[in-house]
Ligand binder design. Structure first.
Ligand SMILES: [Zn+2]
Length: 273
């Protein structure tokens, strides 16, 4: 635990005491955009955007069978996903990144990055751009995401980070190119979410695999809303063995409880040294 950070991810600008690093959503998956939050890593949900999906249905990501939406996604999607090739939407995101970065924020963090699965996106725009690129399908999808990340990172002089899909084995399924991303970010966030954290072996497998794979520091995000404090604390201790730190997401009260326990433990261990 020593030297490991404990952070908090929240939708609203609340500040539970004692965290080492804070993340707040300036744009979340509903499409709501709020004021930049000072001294925090401001999170922008990039291609997950329900409002844009409602207003510009023609920009929604497509597979051969279905749209990447909550309605058609057979329980797989927690939000609606916009096609990463759409220039107008990319410009909107880049403008928001530049605006947010011009404020006194600690960092810019991109969430919902990439394609929502390997069968996406086969919209007319993607098919046309892929044909023109001369690249193979996997490389082309990575190129779409890489180009966006490069543009976004050029727009900020603050700390810059991205969320990865929690698959360390085949990240290319989501258009993610870990080597390229590593060269542009200060750190990664890997959400390993569960409702209970009653079994932890799979958290350990994923954390270990990411540690071996990533060339930059990473934080493991834990979903704090539903798990018992004890189980969540155990998961945080386990995650901290592999990552730079742990981020407790979406529940300020629970995050505060776990933070207290972990900080007490940290100071006890430091006292023993
Ligand atoms: Zn597309």
């Amino acid at each position: 635990m020593e030297g490991k950070k404990i952070g908090i991810v929240l939708d609203e600008p609340a500040w539970p005491d004692g965290g080492d690093i804070y993340f707040h959503y300036v744009k979340n998956v509903t499409g709501r955009v709020s004021k930049p939050v000072p001294r925090s890593h401001n999170v922008i949900s990039c291609f997950g955007d329900n409002k844009t999906a409602r207003e510009n249905a023609e920009w929604i990501c497509l597979s051969k069978e279905r749209k990447a939406t909550r309605k058609e996604g057979q329980g797989w999607f927690y939000c609606d996903w916009i096609c990463p090739s759409r220039e107008k939407y990319r410009s909107y995101l880049l403008k928001l990144i530049a605006q947010t970065s011009s404020e006194e924020v600690e960092g810019i963090h991109l969430d919902c990055l990439g394609f929502p699965g390997e069968e996406y996106c086969v919209c007319e725009e993607c098919k046309r751009k892929w044909r023109e690129s001369g690249l193979n399908w996997v490389r082309w999808r990575q190129h779409v995401v890489n180009e966006f990340v490069a543009q976004a990172s050029d727009l900020t002089d603050k700390e810059f980070s991205v969320t990865l899909y929690p698959d360390p084995f085949h990240p290319e399924r989501f258009g993610l190119d870990l080597d390229f991303l590593s060269s542009h970010v200060s750190f990664f966030v890997v959400p390993i979410y569960d409702r209970t954290y009653l079994t932890l072996y799979w958290v350990e497998i994923l954390a270990n695999a990411f540690k071996r794979k990533l060339k930059k520091p990473f934080y493991i995000g834990l979903y704090a809303k539903e798990a018992e404090t004890g189980a969540l604390t155990k998961a945080a201790l386990l995650a901290s063995r592999y990552a730079q730190g742990t981020l407790l997401a979406y529940d300020p009260k629970k995050a505060q409880e776990v933070l207290k326990i972990l900080k007490r433990r940290q100071s006890q261990m430091e006292g023993k040294m």
